[in-house]
Design a protein around this ligand. Structure first.
Ligand SMILES: [Zn+2]
Length: 154
């Protein structure tokens, strides 16, 4: 084979003139690139044998990623304790439990988990503290009548 120097068309060695008119007589022949032989025969003869057998590794052995454990941090514990204390403070020892629940819930909120429960604890304990303070002031007679009275009843 030889390639035309003008148009690049391939021609047999014996062809003297290209269809474009170029003289091919002095063009050196280019060895035709032999087509890559298609692999023949069974896969084992081609160098890639049967796939390696699947070997099950034991669970938790080497190579396994560490199990994702749900870790309880101090903020989680404080969140749960804070919410529980806030609820309990409505029934018993509100003066002690409600501020405790508020503080614990605020600290628990700064942790990464259980934000919703921490917010619930903050809201419940804050309302409880407010109500408790109001009741204490009312019982002590420190609230003015215009504050404690409603519209219909006085
Ligand atoms: Zn040509």
């Amino acid at each position: 084979m030889k390639a035309c120097p003008i148009c690049g068309a391939m021609h047999p060695d014996e062809q003297a003139v290209c269809h474009c008119g170029a003289d091919l007589s002095r063009v050196p022949p280019v060895p035709a690139r032999p087509a890559a032989p298609m692999p023949q025969g069974p896969p084992a003869a081609l160098g890639y044998g049967p796939p390696p057998p699947f070997v099950a590794r034991p669970m938790g052995g080497p190579g396994w990623p560490p199990l994702a454990r749900r870790e309880y941090s101090w903020t989680d514990i404080l969140t749960i304790l804070g919410f529980s204390a806030a609820l309990a403070g409505y029934f018993w020892a509100g003066v002690l439990l409600l501020p405790l629940g508020l503080v614990a819930s605020i600290i628990g909120f700064r942790g990464p988990n259980r934000r919703g429960l921490a917010v619930a604890g903050i809201v419940v304990s804050a309302i409880g503290v407010l109500l408790k303070v109001m009741m204490m002031l009312n019982e002590a007679g420190l609230l003015p009548y215009w504050f404690t009275d409603g519209i219909l009843f006085s």
